[in-house]
Design a protein around this ligand. Structure first.
Ligand code: MN
Length: 227
């Protein structure tokens, strides 16, 4: 029995690659611009912009991707996703990989770009552009003990067989240990948190019927079709 007045929301979890085990998802953090989109683009001096998506935005990166309402410019962003095993605040970057990261996945930070541009112009919040249903498809998690901590490797996304995004994880302006450490100076990280680490150049619109193929070498590959 329970004293909840309505049924409690079901926990959100991601499968673990090659296992029946699951990773319980706590919160979803997303890092803004963190790859060079222009030649010789310098690393920003400090923490890139970050925002959040609701846990319920996480869906398996497979099958059908619903085209969301309220947009004429539904865009893909392929990203390396970091899963936090052990939380903390003011984490030492040198301790991030060994002490705090459970594993990695490939995910999409799907964006209603027209609503994001409206929000930027109006100085409004990004949630209508970023935090909609099904906006964060994610592959099964690869344990770091299986894949190591990726310092390089292709990150790519193709639509209908044509490359849209292709870069290397080594191109991250702020590498994962620095990003996680910086985020932990802004919020106390918790076990179960996911961090989407930013997307390479080449973001673009999706149309109904488009076939997405994407992946990160050594981590995951996936395909989805836009409904
Ligand atoms: Mn993004």
């Amino acid at each position: 029995m329970t004293d909840f007045v309505i049924p409690a929301p079901a926990p959100v979890a991601l499968p673990v690659a090659g296992s029946a085990a699951r990773f319980p998802v706590g919160r979803v953090f997303c890092i803004g611009r963190n790859y060079p989109w222009q030649a010789d683009e310098a690393r920003p001096a400090g923490m890139p912009a970050w925002f959040m998506k609701p846990t319920t935005a996480i869906v398996p990166a497979q099958g059908v991707l619903p085209y969301p309402p309220g947009t004429e410019d539904f865009c893909h962003e392929i990203e390396l996703v970091v899963a936090i095993a052990r939380g903390g605040r003011d984490i030492d970057p040198a301790q991030v990989e060994a002490q705090h990261i459970w594993g990695y996945a490939a995910g999409l930070d799907l964006t209603r770009r027209d609503l994001q541009q409206q929000a930027k112009r109006a100085g409004g919040p990004w949630e209508p552009a970023k935090a909609f249903d099904h906006s964060a498809p994610c592959t099964p998690l690869m344990p770091a003990e299986a894949c190591g901590h990726p310092r390089s490797g292709a990150i790519w996304l193709a639509v209908n067989g044509v490359d849209r995004q292709r870069a290397d994880v080594a191109d991250l302006l702020w590498a994962v240990p620095d990003l996680v450490a910086m985020l932990s100076r802004s919020v106390a990280l918790q076990p179960g948190d996911l961090v989407f680490t930013g997307t390479p150049v080449g973001v673009g619109p999706l149309q109904r019927g488009d076939r997405i193929a994407a992946g990160i070498d050594g981590i995951a590959e996936f395909g989805m079709t836009v409904a």
